[in-house]
Ligand binder design. Structure first.
Ligand code: ADP
Ligand code: ADP
Ligand code: ZN
Length: 217
């Protein structure tokens, strides 16, 4: 099963990917997470990515496409994967078609988590992430049992450097301009599905699984 989880910044892609990983046993490929690992390691890629991320801009397509191509070629992707945060431009989507063709695979479904713009800044600014395992929380909507501590692993929760009102404003503009056109792109390809991301986390998961059940027939 080759899935794309789409949605504006803060729509709930990472939160839902975690459930789908558990349910289907295929890996989550999150370009944002891959860039954050590179930033932490201080590599050349990390330096380049950090400048873009801090500004709320996209990392250049050729860089992003290269890391996804390499990742999808790995052994653990052979039975499928969940792309989270990629593609974000038409150029990336075209490149993904080529990568999939080279791997002899096709897209199973593109799942768009639809959340209105007015909810997204609050979701992003309240987001907290585990330094150790990457689990995602929200101070209000999905609070950990103990403030600042991960339920899953006891790790420390932190706030992402780009989860500020200022950077989110740029990220939302970039989304409208570069990423939202992919909705039409994947509608034309006949693989597009949408769920209402304003619902409770569990209900969004249920809707996603219902879509996938109908797609797989
Ligand atoms: P969110 O989950 O809030 O949408 P991500 O973790 O996916 O954020 O992405 C954080 C940042 O990483 C983006 O603002 C962008 O700078 C960079 N990034 C992630 N994925 C891509 C991509 N596919 N193309 C270009 N830049 C990306
Ligand atoms: P994305 O990966 O699309 O940027 P996340 O999954 O990181 O989004 O979610 C962004 C924030 O919103 C997190 O703090 C998360 O806990 C919270 N969140 C996710 N889904 C929901 C939901 N259905 N209702 C309310 N808050 C949510
Ligand atoms: Zn954790």
């Amino acid at each position: 099963m080759q899935l794309i989880l789409m949605g504006a910044p803060g729509a709930g892609k990472g939160t839902q990917a975690a459930f789908l990983v558990k349910k289907f046993g295929i890996p989550q490929i999150a370009t944002g997470d891959m860039f954050r690992v590179a930033v932490k390691s201080g590599t050349q890629l990390g330096k380049q990515a950090k400048a873009c991320m801090d500004a709320g801009k996209l990392v250049p397509d050729e860089v992003t496409i290269g890391i996804v191509r390499e990742r999808l070629g790995k052994d653990d992707c052979k039975d499928g994967f969940i792309l989270d945060g990629f593609p974000r431009t038409v150029e990336q989507a075209d490149a993904l078609n080529k990568i999939l063709a080279d791997l002899g695979k096709t897209l199973t479904a593109v799942l768009n988590i639809n959340v209105p713009a007015e909810d997204l800044i609050g979701r992003s600014v309240g987001r907290r992430v585990c330094r150790n395992c990457g689990a995602t929380y929200h101070v209000e909507f999905n609070a950990p049992k103990v403030e600042g501590v991960c339920d899953e692993c006891g790790g420390e929760l932190y706030q992402r450097a780009d989860d500020t009102v200022e950077t989110m404003t740029n990220r939302l503009n970039v989304y409208v301009e570069s990423t939202r056109p992919l909705i039409e792109y994947y509608k034309k390809a006949g693989v597009y599905y949408e769920v209402d991301g304003r619902q409770h986390i569990e209900k969004v998961t249920e809707d996603l699984i219902n879509v996938l059940t109908s797609v797989k027939g």
